[in-house]
Ligand binder design. Structure first.
Ligand code: PLP
Length: 372
C-alpha cells in the first residue's frame, strides 16, 4: 500500500480528508479496467454520498451512477444527474410515489424488481401519472438480501414484460457475500460460481428480448474477476474510490503477489486529547466518527504501523504502541485509514480535500443521511 506520510495540520478534528491525487488514480484505474474489458462503469455512490465526487466519476467516463435508496436518487436528480440505477427494490405506495416523481423529472431513472408485489405497485403508481420506466430484474446470487430466487427469475421477468408500464432492460446480480474473501483464488471461484445462475438467466432473456441488454454486477473485491465474465456489461463498484482496511486486507490477483489495485484516498484525522498514561493516549475520534465494522482502523501517519487504534467510547479512541516507539504526544494529529468507509462517511458533513500537505477545498457529503 502506498500511503502519504504527512498530513494537513490546520484542520479541526475529527474530520475526513480525501487525498485527491490518490482518489484520481483510483478513479482512472477502475475506469481503464472497465474500458479495456469493453464494459461500462456505473459506480455506486452509496460509498461516498457526495455529488461532487459522483460528477468526477461521470467526467471520468462512467455511464451513470447507482444509489441504494430513493432519497439518494432524489438528491442526485436535484443536483442535475440522470442515468441513476436504484439498486434496492421499492415496496410501499409512498416510496413508489416518490420514485414516480423522480421518473417524471429524470426519465432515465431505473429501479430493480425482485417480487411480483413490486410490479403491482409500480404499475399502479406509474399508471396514475401515465408514465413508464426502465427496470432491472434483481437476481439473488447468494447474498439472500434482495433478489428473486434464480428458480423464480424467468417467471418474474415474464410478469415484468407483461406490464406495459415497465421496460425490462436487464438484470442485477450483486454478490456482496464474496467481496471480502481474503484469498484471491477462493474469491474468484466463489464469484464465478455464484454468477453462473445469473449468466444462464441473462442468456435466456437475451434470446427473446433484444432490449434486455444490461448485466449489472460486481463490487470492489471482484471487479477484475467479474470483468472477465463475458456476459457482464457493467460494474456497480463503490468502495474502490475511497478504500478502507476491510478491503486493504484482502489479497489482490496473483495470490496477493500483485499490489493492491486501489489505495486509501479516504483518511480520518484525529487529535491526541489526553496523555496521562504510560501505555496509551486518548484521541478525539470514537464510535460517533469511526464506524465500528469491517476491518481494524489503521494509523498510517505520522508513523505507519507504530500505533494501534481501538474504540474508547462514543467520542474517544485509545492509541497503544504496536512496537517500542514512543506514544504520540498531547495535541498530535494522527491519520487513520477507516475500517469500513461507507458508514463512516455517513457520520460527517464534509470531506476536506488535500494535495500533498495542502488543503485545497471542501466537498459537502450532500447525500449524508439519505437513508429512506
Ligand atoms: C447492490 C450493491 N452494489 C454494489 C455495491 C458496491 O460494492 P463495493 O463497495 O464492495 O464496491 C454495493 C455495496 O454494498 C451494493 O450494496
Amino acid at each position: 500500500m502506498t500511503v502519504k506520510k504527512t498530513y494537513p495540520r490546520d484542520l479541526e478534528t475529527p474530520c475526513l480528508v480525501l487525498d485527491l491525487d490518490i482518489l484520481e488514480r483510483n478513479l482512472a484505474k477502475m475506469q481503464a479496467a472497465a474500458r479495456d474489458a469493453g464494459k461500462d462503469l456505473r459506480p455506486h455512490v452509496k460509498t461516498h454520498k457526495c455529488s461532487a465526487l459522483a460528477r468526477l466519476q461521470i467526467d471520468a467516463g462512467a455511464i451513470g451512477v447507482c444509489v441504494a435508496k430513493v432519497s439518494e436518487a432524489e438528491a442526485l436528480v436535484g443536483a442535475g444527474f440522470d442515468d441513476i440505477l436504484i439498486t434496492g427494490p421499492v415496496a410501499t405506495t409512498a416510496k413508489v410515489e416518490r420514485l414516480v416523481d423522480l421518473v417524471a423529472a429524470a426519465p432515465s431513472t431505473m429501479v430493480v424488481i425482485d417480487h411480483p408485489g413490486n410490479i403491482a405497485l409500480l404499475d399502479a403508481g406509474l399508471g396514475a401519472r401515465r408514465l413508464s420506466m426502465d427496470v432491472l430484474l434483481d437476481v439473488d446470487v447468494g447474498l439472500h438480501r434482495t433478489g428473486a430466487r434464480p428458480s423464480d427469475a424467468l417467471a418474474l421477468a415474464g410478469q415484468i414484460v407483461a406490464c406495459p408500464r415497465l421496460r425490462l432492460r436487464g438484470i442485477q446480480a450483486y454478490a456482496g457475500q464474496v467481496q471480502h474473501i481474503r484469498r484471491y483464488e477462493e474469491r474468484k471461484h466463489a464469484s464465478r460460481r455464484c454468477l453462473q445462475d445469473a449468466v444462464h438467466i441473462f442468456r435466456e432473456l437475451q434470446a427473446s428480448l433484444p432490449d434486455c441488454a444490461i448485466f449489472s454486477a460486481s463490487g470492489t473485491g471482484t471487479f477484475d474477476i467479474d470483468l472477465a465474465v463475458p456476459e457482464t456489461t457493467e460494474l456497480q463498484v463503490g468502495s474502490y474510490v475511497c478504500m478502507d482496511t476491510e478491503y486493504l486486507e484482502i489479497e489482490s490477483a496473483g495470490n496477493g503477489s500483485l499490489p493492491a489495485p486501489f489505495d486509501p484516498a479516504l483518511r480520518l484525522l484525529t487529535t491526541v486529547v489526553s496523555a496521562n498514561h504510560d501505555h496509551f493516549v486518548t484521541v478525539d475520534a470514537g464510535l460517533k466518527s469511526l464506524y465500528r465494522d469491517g476491518g481494524t482502523p489503521q494509523v498510517i501517519a505520522p508513523a505507519d504501523g507504530a500505533w494501534t487504534y481501538d474504540w474508547f467510547g462514543d467520542e474517544y479512541g485509545r492509541i497503544t504502541r504496536s512496537d517500542d516507539s514512543a506514544l504520540p504526544r498531547l495535541g498530535d494529529v494522527l491519520e487513520l485509514v477507516t475500517s469500513h468507509c461507507d458508514p463512516t462517511v455517513n457520520l460527517f458533513d464534509h470531506y476536506y480535500l488535500t494535495r500533498g500537505d495542502r488543503v485545497t477545498g471542501r466537498w459537502p457529503i450532500d447525500l449524508r443521511g439519505c437513508s429512506q
